[in-house]
Write a protein that binds this ligand. Structure first.
Ligand SMILES: CC(=O)N[C@H]1[C@@H](OP(=O)(O)O)O[C@H](CO)[C@@H](O)[C@@H]1O
Length: 501
């Protein structure tokens, strides 16, 4: 560890000596903790980071809107437009790769649920399903099921390791939650949690913000911090040791996420792709999703916060959105590509600027909660590696089956716990009806099928199917010809009982 003198010198040469202004007031314990925090900073890169942030805040990167074009539809694979025989081939390929334990999943779970308004990791959120399951539990059970499906099909026991990128904010509570829940029945050695880096928030004149007298205002380095974290935590070596060649990366908040989706994996593998992304047709022009498009001919994502509203609203001759390929943060990478990124491209990733209200201590030592934005946070985005890919593919999936993200607290117009819950229940109603069963409400009246859910809708029937019974609607033959009264929860026990009837 560095000595106080070394740290002081480094801070001085980075123009950041104010960081130690309250040092004389700190007690022994606070000093130790602070020195440890400072020693973990990239002190050599600090000057560049602070000056870069201040520069970026006054002269934001030029808008890309002049240089973008949509990706022509024929370059986007599609569930809806593909023959069933193609979908089956892709699914078979995906299941084959999974059965050989060549597929892993990686969860991006380092963010704070600021918009959702919770103090704990988003994955621990319970959206109020009849079963009371949290997002983490639903995801764990899907991993369980996909291992089983692939294993049964190919007569092999296989593993889909679950890599979970957390941050200083989310690691400890996530670890505890998993332990308390017995890892949701998964083998603990196949769950690998690691932390992304944190970087300091900076004022508009390039000074690191002090959150306390002996504490810096730190924030995770964005979900694109993944690539540095893979190196820091030797995750690529772990993948190699396990024989994992393909990785499905996804973010925590989408209740409909299909972990290690065999169709998507199979599609990407069949196309010989090194990098891919799932997209859905955007629901409305200002929907907060990035768009997959071409920038000077190169396919990448332009984030919702960086596209001009006029561009987002552009319509084609049939009234359809020109930029409609909405990024749902479900990415495919080969390990070989991730190695390339780690070796050659990580340092070239773009830095995005977010201007935020960052609580701080003023020069008098008073704690201040700013009422207007005062700080710059720099973030990397996970999709910014797409331009380095040699064969990028996009794959369009159906929103009602794959995308209902939990972003906002109830009361907001979209992406709330209620919408997430209803999207899942509506999907499960569709599965049950497609399997040939009838659903009745509490009064014995038949229920109509529902395609999807939005905030204003009346709730669909309380019909929930455990992922341990069905991953994407398969295996529900046991319901054929049955009349089921809601609320109806199909877990493994109930499935066995129905099977026996
Ligand atoms: C940097 C990044 O990955 N941004 C993603 C991510 O945004 P959030 O700000 O986390 O909601 O999830 C969106 C989908 O839910 C996706 O459209 C967007 O592009």
């Amino acid at each position: 560890m560095f000595s106080l003198d070394q740290v002081r010198q480094s801070l001085e040469s980075a123009g950041q000596s104010h960081i130690l202004q309250f040092w004389p007031e700190l007690c022994e314990e606070e000093r130790d903790a602070f020195l440890q925090e400072l020693a973990q900073l990239d002190l050599r890169g600090l000057k560049q980071h602070c000056e870069g942030a201040a520069r970026a805040a006054v002269s934001p990167a030029a808008s890309l809107d002049q240089d973008i074009d949509p990706v022509p539809p024929e370059f986007i694979g599609s569930v809806r437009k593909s023959e069933q025989s193609c979908l089956s081939l892709w699914e078979d390929e995906g299941l084959l790769q999974i059965s050989r334990s060549r597929v892993g999943v990686l969860l991006l779970a380092g963010g704070q649920g600021t918009r959702l308004g919770v103090q704990y990791p988003k994955g621990m959120y319970n959206v109020g399903l009849p079963s009371g399951k949290t997002l983490y539990q639903i995801q764990a059970e899907r991993i369980h099921k996909i291992q089983e499906l692939a294993g049964v099909k190919h007569g092999s026991k296989c593993t889909v390791p679950w890599y979970i990128m957390t941050s200083e904010f989310t690691l400890a509570p996530t670890e505890t939650f998993f332990k308390e829940n017995n890892y949701f029945g998964l083998e603990p050695s196949n769950i690998v949690m690691f932390e992304q880096r944190m970087i300091p928030a900076v004022t508009f004149d390039g000074k690191v913000i002090l959150q306390g007298k002996g504490k810096l205002a730190m924030a995770p380095d964005g979900n694109g911090g993944l690539y540095q974290a893979l190196v820091d935590n030797k995750v690529l070596e772990d993948m190699e040791k396990r024989g994992v060649e393909y990785l499905h990366v996804y973010c925590v908040d989408n209740i409909l996420v299909k972990m290690a989706d065999p169709v998507f994996i199979g599609f990407c593998v069949s196309k010989g792709s090194d990098c891919g992304a799932k997209v859905v047709a955007k629901a409305y022009p200002t929907e907060p999703v990035g768009v997959v498009c071409r920038v000077r001919g190169v396919t990448q994502v332009v984030e919702y916060s960086e596209i001009q509203p006029e561009t987002a609203k552009l319509q084609g001759p049939g009234g359809e959105l020109v930029y409609s390929a909405g990024n749902i943060c479900n990415h495919f990478f080969t390990r070989a590509f991730l190695n390339d990124v780690a070796e050659k491209f990580e340092g070239k990733l773009k830095q995005h600027v977010a201007i935020k209200k960052v609580p701080f201590v003023d020069s008098q030592g008073n704690q201040v909660k700013p009422t207007k934005p005062n700080g710059i946070k720099m973030e990397k985005f996970v999709f910014d590696v797409f331009p380095f890919s040699r064969n990028f593919v996009a794959f369009e999936v159906d929103r009602e089956d794959e995308f209902s993200p939990l972003k906002n607290a109830d009361g907001a117009a979209t992406d709330t716990p209620t919408v997430a819950r209803n999207s899942l229940l509506a999907q499960h109603c569709r599965w049950v009806m497609a399997a040939g069963a009838k659903l009745l409400d509490q009064h014995g009246h038949p229920l109509p099928p529902r395609a999807s859910a939005s905030a204003g809708d009346s709730p669909p029937a309380q019909c929930e199917i455990s992922p341990l019974v069905s991953y994407f609607g398969e295996g529900l033959e046991l319901l054929r010809g049955k009349t089921l009264t809601t609320p109806f929860i199909l877990d493994e026990k109930r499935a066995k009982e129905l099977q026996a009837q």
